[in-house]
Design a protein around this ligand. Structure first.
Ligand code: DOR
Ligand code: ZN
Length: 346
């Protein structure tokens, strides 16, 4: 018996597309199922100005295969030198949909991020005034804070103070990994949303470390204990408008992952939607998948939902996903949930 499920075409509210050969290889993997994505600006060098975002957008559109429709929603990388007027102009032109805050040193290509939050106050105030959302990589980088505690400490020490000091600033807590973050979102009445990745609904920290280290499960923020994964499942599948999909699909070639100092990032663009159907069905919440993947995000970003639809099919035979995506820089391993998936996108 096959089962089908038709959804408004989804969006990915947090995606890494990179540039050059990698962009060309991974873009079709997202464009196949998604209408739009919020594009992360952590290139080398980062996408800081409106002019850089416009040029990156053009490179993305040039890399899109003929016949595929996809709209990149551009972001600016917040630095201590970011000019509030440049941000406002990039927003007013419709080019930029969010500004990304990386604490300096938090993750891949974040060395230009923010150390002194007072220095970005004028930008944050301008963003509150014009209604431009701030996307946060919510981890402190202090060496004395345990890596598994960095998200919870960020909420108390950085995020909550910023939000109190900047009324009206709309914030997306990106790729939340803890019950603390899900609870913080639930406790706030306005101006706060959160993205949740596919992989954080599937793996906990044991998956990374038990039975041999699994570099393809390593990402930042790192997966936490099982109780946190379960809290994320509850939040994502609840239908609550404050939680929406941001895959954080982050391609690195195998040589960079399977290394003595492996890069952070899980590549999930290709199989995210089937994996989510599995997760939502397992939790008896298939009816809320469309909210999480296709409706809550546009509502937060004050954009229309995508006009098209996708249809998911559940078959008796397990779906055969590729294990790797080829790029001219080398192969990229696709996230493997570790169990068979029977859903696919028609
Ligand atoms: O795992 C991650 N990979 N987390 C990030 O914050 C950055 C991303 C990347 O760019 O590879
Ligand atoms: Zn990311």
């Amino acid at each position: 018996m096959t089962q089908t499920l038709t959804l408004t075409r989804p969006d990915d509210w947090h995606l890494h597309l990179r540039d050059g050969a990698m962009l060309k290889a991974v873009l079709p993997e997202t464009a196949r199922d998604f209408g739009r994505a919020i594009i992360m600006p952590n290139l080398v060098p980062p996408v800081v100005t409106g002019a850089q975002a416009a040029a990156y957008r053009d490179r993305i559109l040039a890399a899109l295969p003929e016949g595929m429709a996809f709209e990149p929603l551009m972001t600016l990388y917040l630095t201590e030198d970011t000019d509030p007027e440049d941000v406002a102009a990039a927003h007013a032109s419709g080019l930029v949909k969010a500004v990304k805050l990386y604490p300096a040193g938090a993750t891949t290509n974040s060395s230009s991020g923010v150390s002194n939050f007072d220095k970005v106050r004028p930008v944050l105030e301008k963003m509150a005034e014009i209604g431009l959302p701030l996307c946060t990589h919510g981890e402190v980088t202090d060496h004395d804070i345990d890596i598994f505690d960095r998200e919870a400490v960020f909420i108390d020490r950085v995020l909550d103070p910023i939000r109190r000091a900047t009324p009206g600033l709309r914030v997306v807590m990106e790729h939340i990994t803890t019950k603390n973050a899900a609870d913080y979102v639930a406790s706030q009445e306005q101006d706060l949303g959160a993205t949740i990745t596919t992989h954080h609904l599937i793996i906990n920290r044991n998956h990374i470390l038990v039975g041999g280290i699994k570099p393809h499960y390593y990402c930042l923020p790192v997966a936490k204990r099982e109780e946190h994964r379960l809290a994320l499942r509850t939040a994502a599948t609840s239908g609550d408008a404050r939680y929406f999909l941001g895959t954080d699909s982050a391609p690195h070639v195998d040589a960079a992952k399977e290394s003595g100092c492996g890069c952070a990032g899980c590549f999930t663009a290709t199989n995210t939607i089937p994996l989510l159907a599995h997760v939502f069905e397992e939790d008896g919440k298939l009816e809320n998948l469309e909210k999480f993947a296709s409706q809550n995000g546009p509502a937060f970003y004050q954009l229309p939902e995508n006009p098209g639809q996708i249809t998911l099919v559940k078959s008796e035979a397990a779906t055969q996903f590729p294990t790797k995506i080829a790029s001219d820089d080398g192969p990229v391993t696709l996230f493997d949930p570790g169990y068979p998936i029977y859903w696919s996108v028609a």
